[in-house]
Design a protein around this ligand. Sequence first.
Ligand code: IMP
Length: 425
Amino acid sequence: MAAKVDVILGAQWGDEGKGKVVDVVAPDYAVIARFQGGPNAGHTLIFDGKKHVLHTIPSGVFREGIWNLVGNGVVIDPVVFLREVKSLDDAGVDVRPRLLISRRAHLILPTHRALDAASEADKGQGKIGSTLKGIGPTYMDKTGRNGLRIGDIERPDFMERYRALVAKHERLFGIHDHQVDWRANEAEWLQAVETLRSFQLVDSEQWLNERLAAGDRVMAEGAQGTLLDIDFGTYPFVTSSNTISAGACTGLGIGPSRIGRVIGIFKAYCTRVGSGPFPTELHDAQGEALRKAGNEFGATTGRPRRCGWLDLPALRFAVMVNGITELAMMKADVLSGMGSVRVCTAYRIDGKETPNFPYELSEGLQPCYTELEGWGAINPGEALPAALEHYIAFIEKAVGVPVCLVSTGPDRTATIMRGPEVATR
Ligand code: IMP
């Protein structure tokens, strides 16, 4: 019987800890496949006392005998990609034999990065806070039907196609006031494209569907988070891809009937990096304390993350638009030692309370909080503190799906499975 694709995705504004969960459950899967985003992502994995950050390569790469696929929905910067391969090489992991790249994935050019920077500079106060990795301009060229794909690097006329796209971008630079020197990066980029040709470039939709037909279980690994989704996020302060579960279908070439479980990853509190509304943000010492305790600094850009309380209307919205079947709660340990914790259960908008996540998180929107008892240390090998169990039960009741995994520390081993395991055969 054909196997299913389970999806792991972010249920908040990204940085929830997807990489860790994928790494933990990877041994139960034959294939781990990234379906959207690109080097704006930074998936952190910690084990054996070492920290690894992945940007483009799927988080199954540290497990033996698993295929890792970069799907068609991903955008790839060859320079960043090869840097990642090198750092894995240095860590003793040879990715080449087990890494496949979709020919339909789009290429990020040096000019895309320059356009990203120029566009953000033009926006001034209204800037999105992009990671400046060229994500937006690359997806714009994809939907504008101008993009270059990985498969193009195998064509004899690749350089002509590249020059034509660069010429188009140079015309666009004219409409921005900000000159960016992109040529300095061109030689390195072209060299990286040469090297990329030696990787396994495949018609990934065909390959993946054949694997499924053969009964191999597949995990689709999302990047960013639901509230950064191009359609359902806090537009325009979003990324340029579909981060929700539907993105796994278009980003891998699988039908909706192939999707099995949808596992939403969320932190016991909320963070956001970059601009845009954040109703439960803490602007005080408590926010600062959370940032410090949770080491909330971007894995890709190093920027401090904005921190705040858990937002249940937003989480319920994520459960709805993704069809989340179970949740994994991360960083429960970061809240340890707080006398009490607050949870936003509804929003007050124009004097009216609503449990729903609205079209716009306007300035007048007020979060309505419930205060719950805090918990102390979470000790390995012991039951979770009763107050934490109560916190989890409160969330489960509010959003209607079970929390099946609780992460109590950054290491692979600091993971507690509750009830039905996130990944069971
Ligand atoms: P871009 O995708 O780099 O253009 O960034 C758009 C918005 O998404 C900015 O607010 C970024 O900070 C945010 N963003 C992009 N990727 C990530 C991520 O992996 N984690 C958290 N935020 C992200």
